[in-house]
Design a protein. Structure first.
Length: 347
């Protein structure tokens, strides 16, 4: 008896190479569009080193856990989970984005799940594989185990866990928010893709290029299928550059429609805020912002950081893009992660 596979290994490797070429070609094409408009004097900074942690669980997804905990972190501090994109590492992403530096300033811990080469040669999280994103299986469970381990080991506040992901990491963050909604206070999807948009590498490439044709209710049904009766849904922000040639901006619109339907919100009820760099569209539920959509004009594929916030000595990353808005800083405000107030001196 001969076992017939749905796709040959040679075709699978070919698709992996196509994905890498697609990303690298798009980066070369869009990089000139994101040059800083003004010159700012850089401030020196020492990059924070992440620590790799073993033994956090059964780790069925075979991911690596990287962690940063500021010194003298108080008990019940928040946790921010950051998921990198393809062709990135945890340390490289942090060096360029500055999340660990913000953690030191604002007193929270940072968790970086990292993909391994044996799982994906492009270091993409396998958001398109059903076995990797099913509840309590694969990479999804590995990340959940990392979060549980960090909260228990370092006495972090499990009610204040936030997640942000870029590209493949954004798609994986979306899957985590949909599958374990009660585990997150809020999240952010940057140049990501909607839940259930692909089921293998072939359809993933197609969706990245041109999206998938579904109604808002059909998108919402894909989330409700994995979490039919959650106690609550996390607040969410979606970020997208309109010059992205790696993940088509139609996917951000699909993410927006998916979560509007899940939250029972109407598209026409959103409030638009215009900025020099683009616009924000916000929808509220129960008197507070439930969903925010950030559209950045002229930006390609990557995480936006503000030019004025770049520091001397910070390593560059092809997917950390200089703009007039900083996603990391904006998320600090959305999530209420403020600098601690200085103690008053006695009179």
């Amino acid at each position: 008896m001969t076992l017939k596979l749905p796709i040959s290994l040679s075709r699978l490797f070919k698709r992996q190479k196509q994905l890498r070429r697609l990303i690298e070609k798009a980066v070369r094409a869009t990089r000139p569009a994101i040059k800083p408009k003004r010159v700012h004097r850089a401030r020196s900074v020492t990059p924070r080193k992440l620590v790799e942690i073993d033994g956090f669980g059964s780790n069925p997804g075979r991911l690596a856990m990287h962690f940063y905990r500021p010194s003298q972190l108080p008990a019940r501090a928040p946790l921010v989970v950051v998921l990198h994109g393809c062709l990135q590492t945890a340390q490289g992403f942090d060096d360029a984005s500055g999340f660990a530096r913000l953690a030191a300033e604002r007193r929270f811990a940072v968790l970086y799940p990292q993909q391994t080469h044996s799982n994906n040669p492009n270091f993409c999280f396998n958001w398109f594989r059903p076995s990797a994103v099913a509840r309590d299986r694969g990479e999804l469970l590995s990340i959940r185990q990392m979060i549980d381990h960090a909260c228990a080991e370092y006495r972090l506040d499990a009610a204040r866990v936030y997640i942000v992901g870029l590209s493949a990491g954004g798609a994986m963050a979306n899957a985590l928010l949909a599958t374990y909604p009660e585990s997150f206070a809020a999240g952010a999807i940057v140049a990501g893709l909607p839940v259930g948009s692909a089921r293998d590498a072939m359809t993933a490439l197609s969706v990245m290029n041109s999206g998938a044709n579904r109604t808002p209710q059909e998108w919402g049904d894909l989330v409700r299928a994995v979490s039919p009766q959650p106690r609550r849904w996390p607040d969410l922000s979606i970020w997208q550059g309109d010059n992205d040639r790696v993940v088509s901006p139609v996917n951000a619109v699909a993410c927006r429609d998916q979560w509007l339907d899940v939250r029972g919100l109407k598209l026409e009820d959103g409030t638009t805020i215009s900025r020099s760099w683009g616009e924000i569209r916000r929808w509220s539920a129960a008197g507070r912002p439930a969903l925010s959509f950030y559209r950045i004009h002229g930006m390609g594929h990557g995480l936006p950081v503000r030019t004025a916030d770049r520091r001397k000595g910070v390593k560059s990353d092809r997917f950390i893009l200089e703009t007039d808005i900083s996603a990391p800083l904006e998320l600090m405000q959305l999530w209420g992660l403020k600098r601690p107030s200085s103690p008053r001196r006695p009179a």
